[in-house]
Design a binder for this molecule. Structure first.
Ligand SMILES: C[S@@+](CC[C@H](N)C(=O)[O-])C[C@H]1O[C@@H](n2cnc3c(N)ncnc32)[C@H](O)[C@@H]1O
Length: 407
């Protein structure tokens, strides 16, 4: 009998690779105890992040390519052995059980191959180039940033992401309580494995989970107490909580009622308030204008592959043009909802300039002069953040953001 978490992890890997279903949809549809679900997700993500190195470690021991279901068992076991450092005996015997379910005739081969991988595979695993993103994305990013940067981005994807927290109060006090460190941008970074709900201060709402890059758009916006702020595409509410904790009068809007529930829960846990609106940015009409608007437009999410290693396997670049056009339409509408002199941050968690730099060309930009802005982050008048930045402290998500002012 294979254990439940490995079995579930394997089903996630298969559905991502063969049926191109996003992991978050698989997780939403699966039912398992929370600890099994968490381990299955961890195993599946680690495997998807390390497909390239795992295949390189397996290759010398395989006479021919195994059928996909067996190949995926071998990849999962190889990652457990060589990336997660799990004990060979248990991993190999579990993998043999999983192989039996996929193809009973392959159990002897799986056993022999994985024993060799456990004993001799580490060097090939460590020397292999990181997992490739897939040509639809590689080609686009190579044309923008060059191949050397693409390789660094892929290495960052392979390294995964640490856990970043935004403090409701003093970041230094939160770092002290959680054993994290305060980054120059003010986020608190927890480098080791951590269970969010078990961290000190979680129940009391002392922090929320938010990548260091994702925390910067609201900082650039610098909302002041009493300002009338509109947070567009707000769920699950990371930026809403930043704006509300600055004392602003926040209206948070999202298309999805289900996702707005998460904003509501997050606000309740952190003791913050905002007015929630379920509506479409493309059709909604506000009553009155705003001092400040944050538009976190729906995008390709290509900046978040460190956390979502399934994304390059599931997506294929179709529908990007429609997405770019929607972002343009949202930005135009949002700009018209600003008071004269009001400011807007446009941002996307994307690496594609079509969703960032190119969207804001043509607007009057305010220069981001915040103390934490590094020179290498500046792109014209906005900030271009990439996963390969700050590798020595664990990287950051890819993001673009710019402050725009209404004349
Ligand atoms: C990148 S997420 C936003 C993350 C959020 N700003 C935060 O910081 O936690 C994009 C959001 O856009 C919402 N969305 C997509 N299309 C929309 C539309 N036409 N109008 C309003 N919201 C939309 C989605 O439901 C999703 O919650």
């Amino acid at each position: 009998m294979a254990d439940a978490a490995r079995e579930l992890a394997l089903s996630f890997i298969k559905s991502v690779l063969a049926q191109r279903i996003m992991m978050q949809d698989l997780v939403a549809a699966a039912s398992a105890p929370p600890e099994v679900m968490a381990r299955a997700q961890r195993l599946a993500n680690a495997t998807l992040r390390n497909l390239g190195p795992a295949d390189a470690a397996l290759k010398p021991w395989l006479k021919k390519a195994p059928p996909a279901p067996v190949r995926d068992v071998l990849r999962l076991a190889t990652v457990e052995l060589l990336a997660l450092g799990e004990a060979p005996h248990g991993v190999v015997s579990e993998a043999v059980s999983l192989t039996r379910q996929a193809s009973p005739r392959a159990t002897g081969m799986a056993n022999a191959v994985l024993r060799r991988v456990a004993e001799e595979g580490q060097a090939a695993f460590d020397a292999a180039p990181p997992t490739r993103m897939g040509n639809w994305l590689r080609g686009r990013l190579g044309a923008v940033y060059g191949n050397a940067v693409v390789a660094r981005i892929e290495a960052a994807h392979g390294a995964g992401a640490p856990l970043d927290l935004t403090a409701k109060g003093d970041p230094a006090a939160l770092a002290e309580a959680t054993g994290g460190t305060v980054l120059p941008t003010g986020s608190v970074r927890i480098s080791g494995p951590a269970q969010v709900t078990a961290l000190p201060g979680y129940e009391e709402g002392a922090f929320w989970v938010q990548d260091a890059a994702a925390a910067l758009p609201a900082k650039l916006l610098d909302a002041q107490p009493g300002e009338r702020v509109l947070d567009l595409c707000a769920a699950p509410g990371g930026k809403t909580m930043q704006l509300a904790s600055a004392g602003a009068d926040v209206t948070a809007l999202d298309l999805s009622e289900r996702r707005l529930k998460r904003v509501e829960e997050n606000l309740a846990r952190t003791g913050l308030t905002a007015t929630l609106v379920a509506a479409d940015v493309l059709t909604w009409e506000p009553e009155g204008l705003f001092d400040v608007i944050l538009l976190d437009a729906p995008c390709s999410a290509t900046g978040t592959i460190r956390r979502h290693p399934d994304l390059p396997h599931v997506k294929d670049g179709k529908g990007l043009k429609e997405l770019f056009a929607m972002q343009t339409a949202m930005l135009e509408r949002a700009m018209s909802w600003l008071k004269p002199g009001g400011r807007l941050v446009y941002c996307t968690c994307s690496l594609l300039p079509e969703e960032g730099e190119k969207q804001v060309e043509g607007y009057t930009l305010a220069r981001p002069e915040a103390a934490w802005v590094e020179d290498s982050w500046r792109a014209g008048d906005g900030l271009r953040l990439r996963p390969d930045f700050w590798p020595e402290v664990g990287g950051m998500d890819g993001f673009y953001m710019a402050v725009l002012r209404r004349a």
